[in-house]
Design a binder for this molecule. Structure first.
Ligand code: PLP
Length: 407
């Protein structure tokens, strides 16, 4: 079983321009089968879901197949897969729905490591219900968020803890399963932001102990929408606002209005594409996804080692991604230089590594980087050695100030 990087890259049209993409944490480039699946869905009769007309049946099949695919990817059950416009929108919806049961004196825990999409919806929902927000710190030197950081904020009144499965700013992977244990012992629910993690590691929501797990297919080679996984029995207990004529069934109860059927086709294709990275060996899709992610992790770990070695050899580069367990997403700052300038310089050489705090605003401030953040170098399944070498050469030239952007 080997990782066929050349075959993978050949299937991603956006790579043909020759750009080295390190902007995957903001959104990965899209493989052809995903693009074709979206076009195919729109090329056949398509209407609202139903079982009467062909267009209705096609829509229904796209939803059913996408739920199965996401359930395979996340180790969840299809009946617990909720689709939405984005992870942010789903988290806002669930925060509003869950907060109906909160009252003054109740407590909600958020972390400083999280993307704002897993902080603000909880803070605002807590404000409206009179609940108190408690913040779990992380260690700004090591980048670690431990179960102890969470434990320090738990009490008998904790109703919910919102934590990231991996930081989109510095890559830290907190011990979610351990956190789940103490959160559940405290009688609270755990809402996990899996947006960054799902792109880099196999996910098993049951093993993680996540009551809710949200992710976004556009971070793992799919199209732009959001997905939430939860136990169907838990979803049955929740009563979101909804239209009178729309079904009260789970998970549809949480899906407001018409779903983006063509995007769901793309998401199913993205999951199949990922599973296909394991090669032609047999097994069901979940098993193939497990093997594919082993290969992706191995590939990204070797590129990360090359990148880290190269960065360590450059004077004036500080790597802020330091946690023992982390994704291949490196945040770097540059002594005496603005990372926005480095981003622009690199872009001039066809190397795309964005600069910013990427909505992980509290994390950036806690790291002492204010609202500016740093240069984020994110590896993706299609990244290769040449990409890394071009980034390193570009950064070296930028720091030396000798070379000019050549187009
Ligand atoms: C860790 C993390 N959480 C949440 C989000 C928001 O996801 P969406 O764009 O689907 O709302 C992002 C997007 O970058 C992210 O990286």
């Amino acid at each position: 079983m080997t990782y066929d990087l050349a075959a993978l890259r050949a299937q991603v049209p956006a790579l043909a321009a020759g750009t080295a993409h390190f902007d995957g944490p903001g959104g990965t480039q899209t493989p052809l089968p995903v693009i074709e699946a979206i076009a195919a869905a729109l090329s056949r009769p398509l209407s609202n879901r139903g079982d009467g007309l062909p267009g209705e049946r096609n829509a229904d099949a796209l939803v059913v197949e996408a739920r199965r695919a996401m359930a395979d990817l996340l180790g969840a059950r299809p009946g617990g897969i909720v689709f939405g416009r984005s992870a942010t929108q789903l988290t806002y919806d669930f925060a509003r729905t869950l907060a109906v049961g909160w009252s003054p004196g109740d407590e909600v825990v958020v972390t400083r490591l999280d993307h704002d999409a897993n902080i603000r919806p909880w803070v605002q929902a807590a404000e409206r219900s009179g609940a108190t927000v408690r913040r779990a710190d992380f260690d700004p030197d090591t980048g670690e968020l431990t179960a102890e950081h969470i434990r320090a904020q738990l009490s008998g009144r904790t109703r919910l803890v919102a934590v990231t499965a991996a930081s989109n700013l510095i890559g830290t992977i907190p011990p979610v399963a351990e956190i789940a244990r103490i959160v559940h012992e405290a009688g609270a629910l755990l809402y996990v932001d899996g947006v960054h993690r799902t792109a880099h590691a196999p996910v098993d929501v049951e093993a993680l102990g996540a009551d809710f797990f949200v992710c976004s297919p556009y971070k793992f080679l799919g199209p732009h929408h959001g997905v939430l996984a939860a136990r169907p029995e838990l979803l049955e207990t929740l009563r979101p606002d909804k239209l009178l004529p729309s079904t009260d069934a789970v998970p549809e109860r949480f899906e407001l209005g018409t779903l983006p059927y063509e995007l769901l086709a793309g998401t199913r294709a993205a999951v199949d594409f990922l599973a296909g990275l394991a090669g032609q060996q047999g097994g069901d899709r979940r098993a193939r996804l497990g093997r594919a992610f082993e290969l992706i992790e191995e590939h990204e770990a070797s590129l990360r080692a090359r990148l880290e070695k190269g960065l360590a050899a450059l004077d004036g580069v500080t790597v802020r991604s330091r946690a023992a367990r982390r994704t291949p997403t490196l945040l770097v700052t540059l002594e005496g230089h603005r990372t926005q300038d480095a981003c622009r310089f690199l872009a001039g050489r066809g190397v795309h590594a964005p600069s910013g705090s990427f909505y992980a605003l509290e994390a950036s401030r806690h790291l002492g980087l204010g609202d500016t953040g740093g240069l984020r170098v994110g590896l993706a399944p299609y990244s290769d050695d040449q990409d890394v070498d071009r980034l390193l050469a570009g950064l070296a030239d930028f720091l030396e100030g000798t070379a000019r952007a050549d187009g």
